[in-house]
Design a protein around this ligand. Structure first.
Ligand code: GTP
Ligand code: MG
Length: 593
């Protein structure tokens, strides 16, 4: 992988692993990273960063969620986005940009165009670059003048640069296909390695995370024109540690910075207040704010396309595609609880490396079988799946992660957090949480996950990560996962019985497949999609559904023809059925509750 970040930036990245010693168990991986030293603008230097997917002894200094967010936000505020010609001299380009100030780091990526993200050392470099930037002259179209931190780099005299031009070393920002993944993990020799490779292949890269923060920062530049002191923060899988390359970018427009300026200074004889527009409710205020942001993105901001204002949803939002980054974006406001659940998931993912690896694997498996979908509907969401993994890990004989109540008990006064009457308090200092004694491998955990949910009493019981115990369902929804902070709500209320049954049936298939496959590759010869790869292939039930659909598409005469064929082959069918009966008999004995 080519990662173009400066030496100090890489050191900062690796420094994140340092303070806490968390004892973990199996394979560790070396990730090769090309470090581009911008000051010399010389060739890439290869260095190595150790990153571990499962349990080996590593020193980890894990930054708190707030620390990490602030650091990245500040970095994004010093960054610009440049769409570049595909072939250009990288050296010349950096020399040109260095006129505006020192460059801390940069990288190229491909979206619609080839683009560069350039992080300057100082914010004022951006103002200087903007001063030196011109509006494009267009004779044929009418354009609305707009100044931002997104630029187009034009070559003034392409012929003069002909000898030095080269294809820029850009990174792809999308995930490889499931088929490529299956091929890649089939080459691994243990199930644990397969899970680690899947995680490494799909997790967000350093550059992708930087790009996400930059897009938030660009939106903040716009929102701040209307709402001084507001901020735009990423939440959800972009920052909770469970994001897959290509996942959407959830943004939270936080207006509380404005309110924080209130002063209670009563020692003065007077105080002065702003005039404010009164609206009927907080929800109406959120809708008004988002409506304005949506209109602004739609009408004036280049590269923001397909803007939809979804203001009557339970959580009003504006959805759009950001072309320069290629991200599908959702902007919400007044959504502080989602920020808090993001922080909670980040904490759980940082406690033990097995948490992220298992969440990635289960999410990928669910997507491969259509248990989750990018289209809203009665499907299980990634968020619900993550809660299910967390609950399962809390339920181990030696729990891998604590319950939310245990995290609350460890909290101090600084951690206290109440949102709209909901207690969202939990400890944020990871050092206060003891390391789990559990030594189960990822392969064992994956198999147990499928057995656990293949047998779970969904009809009667609710999943509750606050207590780490199943509880009697308070309502009739097929799947009940208690919202950890708004405890009367069910995060999976949308899921219908059919989708739940598919999940259970595929979980049982999963347990069975893994039992057949074992934890290590049986034969090293030739390509054989084994273990996790076998789990990601369409299952017998999927194939059955597809076949049904195909049958519906076929004409009646075709159906009659195949019916006659099947009558002819009825003898051998009986034999085949007998074989499949016997294989059903080999299913692991699933525990029933
Ligand atoms: P992706 O599928 O990768 O986008 O995962 P995600 O975790 O980002 O999920 P999504 O974009 O659907 O939602 C973003 C965030 O909103 C989640 O991480 C949660 O913090 C929150 N969220 C999503 N769905 C629910 C829900 O049903 N209830 C609650 N309370 N929060 C939710
Ligand atoms: Mg999301």
């Amino acid at each position: 992988m080519r990662l173009s970040i400066s030496v100090p930036a890489v050191m900062a990245t690796s420094l994140r692993f340092g303070r806490i010693v968390r004892t973990t168990g199996c394979v560790s991986f070396l990730r090769s990273v090309y470090v581009r030293n911008h000051s010399s603008v010389g060739p890439a230097v290869q260095t190595e960063i150790t990153s571990s997917c499962s349990q080996s002894e590593i020193n980890r200094e894990i930054k708190s969620f707030a620390e990490l967010q602030n650091e990245r936000r500040e970095q994004a505020e010093r960054s610009v986005l440049l769409s570049c010609p595909r072939k250009v001299s990288e050296k010349l380009l950096l020399k040109y940009l260095a006129k505006y100030g020192d460059i801390n780091s940069y990288f190229f990526y491909e979206s619609f165009d080839v683009c560069a993200v350039v992080e300057f050392s100082q914010k004022n470099s951006i103002a200087m670059l903007q001063d030196g930037t011109v509006m494009p002259a267009s004779k044929h179209e009418s354009c609305i003048p707009f100044k931002s931190r997104v630029f187009t780099l034009k070559m003034n005299n392409p012929d003069d640069q002909a000898n030095t031009r080269q294809s820029l070393p850009y990174l792809k920002q999308s995930a490889i296909s499931i088929n490529e993944l299956v091929e890649r993990i089939s080459a691994e020799t243990t199930l644990d390695q397969q899970i680690c490779t899947l995680t490494k292949t799909y997790e967000l890269t350093e550059e992708n995370v930087r790009l996400r923060f930059l897009v938030c920062s660009l939106l903040q530049d716009i929102a701040i024109q209307y709402f001084p002191n507001c901020s735009v923060k990423p939440f959800g899988s972009s920052v909770n540690g469970f994001g897959k390359l290509g996942c959407d970018l959830d943004m939270f427009l936080d207006l509380d910075g404005i309110k924080e300026q209130n002063s209670d200074n009563t020692s003065e004889p007077f105080s002065v207040e702003y005039h404010l527009k009164r609206v009927p409710s907080e929800r109406a205020a959120t809708q008004n704010v988002l409506s304005l942001v949506g209109d602004c993105l739609d009408r004036f901001v280049p590269g923001c396309v397909g803007v939809q204002k979804i203001l009557n949803a339970r959580c009003p939002l504006v959805r759009f595609s950001h072309q320069p980054s290629g991200f599908q974006c959702d902007v919400t406001a007044n959504n502080r609880i989602a920020m808090k659940s993001t922080e909670l998931l980040y904490l759980y993912g940082s406690l033990d490396v097995r948490v992220r690896a298992l969440v990635f694997t289960v999410r990928t498996w669910a997507r491969a079988h259509g248990i989750t979908s990018s289209i809203p509907g009665a499907w299980i969401t990634n968020f619900s799946l993550t809660m299910m993994v967390i609950f399962f890990l809390q339920k181990r004989r030696h729990p891998i992660i604590p319950t939310l109540d245990q995290l609350k008990a460890l909290a101090d006064a600084k951690d206290k957090h109440i949102i709209d009457g909901n207690d969202c308090t939990f400890v944020r200092d990871i050092n206060k949480i003891s390391v789990s004694e559990n030594t189960e491998t990822l392969g064992q955990l994956l198999q147990e996950f499928f057995e656990f949910y293949g047998n779970f009493a969904f009809q009667k019981m609710s999943i509750n990560i606050r207590k780490g115990k199943e509880q009697t369902k308070p309502e009739v929804s097929p799947l009940h996962i208690q919202n950890p902070f708004e405890q009367t709500l069910n995060v999976s209320k949308n899921v219908n019985q059919t989708q739940l049954e598919r999940f259970v049936s595929l979980a049982r298939d999963g347990a069975w497949i893994l039992q057949q496959e074992g934890m290590t590759k049986a034969s090293v010869l030739g390509y054989h999609p084994w273990g996790l790869a076998a789990l990601l292939l369409p299952s017998a039930s999927d194939t059955g559904n597809k076949a049904k659909k195909r049958r519906r598409r076929e004409g009646a005469s075709e159906r009659i023809k195949s019916l006659l064929e099947s009558l002819k082959n009825s003898k051998s069918d009986v034999k085949n059925d007998a074989t499949s009966e016997s294989s059903i008999g080999k299913r692991p004995s699933l525990r029933t509750k």
